[in-house]
Ligand binder design. Structure first.
Ligand SMILES: [Zn+2]
Length: 345
């Protein structure tokens, strides 16, 4: 299990390198005090919040892991996805500033760039995830602690400086490292479990359509706002990340995306797990990618290509997408899944 978790973290780190090369501005990044650039103050937000609807905030940032939502509601403030452990305290503070006391936290799936920050929300918060996510999160304590210890490397600038809000939060968590238990991350309310009662009833509806990106993907519909958080079932403008040990399935992913699309009307706003916010067209784009992946890899297997050959391939539907490190991984995962259907060459 170690591999997939570490790999998702490593790829998240290397996205930063990719964006640096592309010369893009990293919202929420720590900027050094040089030239005309002012030193960021501790009160500057770490996350890049936009108010999507009144009382509903979203932060999209390649560097900060999965896209995060904070929303006011009749049942208290809630947050969807918790980013990495090292920025969890900053996320908790910034979400509280915007939506008031955070009473509920939802994880769209178990990956460490969506769950590492769970610990920062404290024992009083109601943590909600799919039932398959719970054991995967619970067994990841050591990796979350590794995230905490690696915070300066991950979020610091070239001089090793990090946003003071991040630093203060990490120091306070590491000061009680020995006390931190798996339960400090583990969800308590498990969607799909028998007798599941939705604590955010009237605000949020959870959907799960089988294995796709992982075996525990939750689609989170914010009913009052007509906004869907699709989690990592949707990568917008990026190659999708495949995690076979975490239950990924290209065919299952297509089926889930088709169902997710049916939840959306013309005006539904769709928040992907990674990449900019869009509408239902970004789900269509994800489906097109996955169907093309299945079609092309199947054809190459039939033509007798080996796995090593297939993972080096690329086709026009893959052109121009970010997160290029995920491409060979997607090809390899699709090969492994489809070779059983097609038969070995
Ligand atoms: Zn993921």
């Amino acid at each position: 299990m170690r591999n997939h978790f570490d790999e998702s973290q490593r790829l998240a780190l290397s996205r930063r390198g990719f964006l640096g090369v592309a010369g893009l501005t990293l919202a929420g990044a720590w900027a050094p005090a040089s030239g005309a650039r002012r030193r960021r103050r501790s009160e500057d937000p770490v996350f890049s919040w936009a108010e999507l609807r009144p009382g509903l905030f979203v932060s999209v940032s390649q560097r900060l892991g999965g896209n995060v939502v904070a929303s006011k509601s009749e049942r208290g403030g809630f947050v969807i996805d918790a980013s990495f452990a090292g920025v969890g305290p900053a996320l908790h503070a910034e979400a509280t500033d915007r939506v008031g006391s955070v009473t509920h936290l939802v994880n769209t799936h178990h990956h460490g760039d969506h769950t590492g920050g769970n610990v920062a929300f404290g024992a009083g918060v109601v943590r909600i995830a799919h039932e398959n996510a719970a054991p995967r999160i619970a067994e990841s304590r050591d990796r979350y602690l590794d995230q905490l210890r690696g915070t300066m490397r991950q979020f610091g600038n070239e001089r090793g400086e990090v946003n003071p809000a991040i630093q203060a939060g990490v120091e306070s968590l590491l000061a009680r490292e020995a006390e931190l238990k798996a339960d400090d991350w583990r969800p308590a309310v498990l969607v799909c479990r028998e007798h599941f009662k939705n604590p955010l009833e009237g605000e949020v509806t959870f959907h799960r359509f089988g294995p796709g990106h992982t075996d525990n993907d939750l689609l989170v519909m914010l009913d009052r706002h007509d906004v869907l958080h699709a989690g990592d079932l949707c990568f917008h403008g990026l190659h999708p990340f495949f995690d076979p040990p975490g239950g990924a399935s290209a065919r299952g992913w297509v089926a889930s995306i088709i169902k997710a699309r049916e939840l959306c009307g013309e005006k539904t706003v769709v928040i992907p797990g990674h990449g900019p916010v869009g509408d239902r067209a970004i789900l269509d784009a994800q489906r097109v990618y996955l169907e093309a992946l299945i079609e092309h890899v199947t054809r190459e297997i039939r033509a007798g290509k080996t796995r090593d050959e297939v993972v080096q391939m690329s086709w026009p539907f893959m052109d121009g997408l970010g997160f290029p490190q995920a491409r060979p991984r997607a090809l390899g995962a699709a090969y492994d899944e489809l070779v059983g259907e097609v038969g070995h060459p």
